[in-house]
Design a protein around this ligand. Structure first.
Ligand code: GDP
Ligand code: CA
Length: 336
């Protein structure tokens, strides 16, 4: 994983990444691999997809990121744990239990233990920290909030709870809007707000996650959007689109249904009030000329840990160059 893209050396301060599930986890893995100091990478993860099922608290995005960082994710299937088996689901189906949400045997362990720990009084953040420690993950992974937020997808068929839309209805209904129930009163995780107030923060990276389903719930928490507008560190969005298509999942379909242009400029528009720069795929190089912010053009498809680390490293080097530009222009301004 030799890397020569840093102009000086890898950053020493904290890096904050906002992240959904599988797409976000791919970049998070790369960031985790190149930011060596424990706690240097802070990952604020979407919890809008969380739900209660069969008496268990399920946090799909936290688990995707945890499995990715711990090297336990299934690369082929693209979600869940590697070496998974499904005996419990089969037995559950036999006795008439709900089988629409696939829960692997190994995966079940995390839902059982998390539900148990939450019932014993730990916060979701404490439970997550415990799992990270147990699995040897050096990054500081936090849920965006310890309070319940539930994404509701407004569709032509009426309002659907997120997993009803995503898993049961396979994202087929046409989306007319999205709400994040509870977001207006949820308290952002204190570490998230602490990072955003940290003058030594190196960068805020918005991972290539679904903008409406994975990132917007985080931005909907009180104070987060404003803090991102005010933060001193550059805010860089890594686009989840390549050639006007999502690599996986309904991002392009939802953007089109919400009448957002399905390309780099649509991504820029979505985050316009808070973003400083974009990272877009080489395939979309022509978009760079029409964007309202600077863009780094580089391959963004992550098929391996090496791809992830390379993109992470280039994104951080880009952040470093933006910081240098900002400090040079403020010196120039001060000298006038
Ligand atoms: P989910 O919560 O598991 O659906 O995952 P996310 O919201 O974090 O990520 C979904 C997004 O990741 C989709 O819009 C994909 O286009 C994007 N994505 C997945 N893999 C890649 C990749 O290798 N490169 C880029 N640029 N985007 C990706
Ligand atoms: Ca998700």
């Amino acid at each position: 994983m030799a890397d020569t893209t840093f102009t000086h050396s890898p950053p020493t301060g904290r890096v904050l990444a906002l992240c959904g599930g599988v797409g976000g986890a791919k970049l998070a893995r790369g960031l985790n691999a190149i930011l060596p100091n424990p706690g240097q990478l802070v990952l604020a993860v979407n919890t809008g997809d969380d739900f209660e099922h069969l008496g268990l608290t399920i946090c799909p995005d936290l688990d995707s990121v945890l499995y990715g960082l711990a090297g336990k994710n299934d690369e082929e299937r693209g979600w869940g744990r590697a070496n998974e088996t499904w005996h419990c689901m089969e037995a559950l189906k036999e006795i008439g239990g709900a089988d629409w949400f696939a829960l692997g045997d190994r995966d079940l362990a995390i839902h059982i233990e998390r539900s148990h720990l939450l019932r014993s009084g730990l916060t979701l953040g404490q439970v997550t920290a415990r799992f990270c420690e147990q699995l040897g993950v050096p990054a500081q992974m936090i849920p965006m909030t310890n309070d319940p937020v539930r994404t509701i997808v407004k569709t032509e068929e009426g309002d659907l709870a997120f997993q009803d839309y995503f898993v049961r209805r396979r994202t087929e209904p046409k989306v007319t809007g999205i709400k994040y129930a509870g977001a207006d009163v949820a308290r952002p995780h204190p570490v998230l707000m602490d990072c955003l107030a940290d003058d030594t923060l190196e960068a805020v990276i918005i991972c290539p996650s679904n903008p409406q389903l994975s990132i917007d719930p985080i931005l909907a928490l009180p104070g987060v959007r404003q803090a991102l507008r005010d933060v001193r560190a550059p805010v860089i969005v890594v686009s989840p689109l390549i050639g006007g298509r999502a690599v996986k999942g309904p991002a392009a379909k939802i953007m089109a249904e919400l009448q957002i242009s399905v390309d780099s400029s649509g991504i820029a528009q979505t985050y316009l009030d808070l973003l400083d720069a974009l990272v877009i795929d080489s395939e979309d190089a022509a978009d760079a000329r029409h964007l309202p912010v600077p863009a780094l053009v580089t391959p963004t498809l992550m098929r391996s840990l090496e791809d992830s680390a390379r993109l992470a490293s280039r994104t951080l080097a880009f952040a470093q160059s933006l910081r240098q530009d900002a400090s040079t222009s403020s010196h120039v301004a001060a000298g006038r």
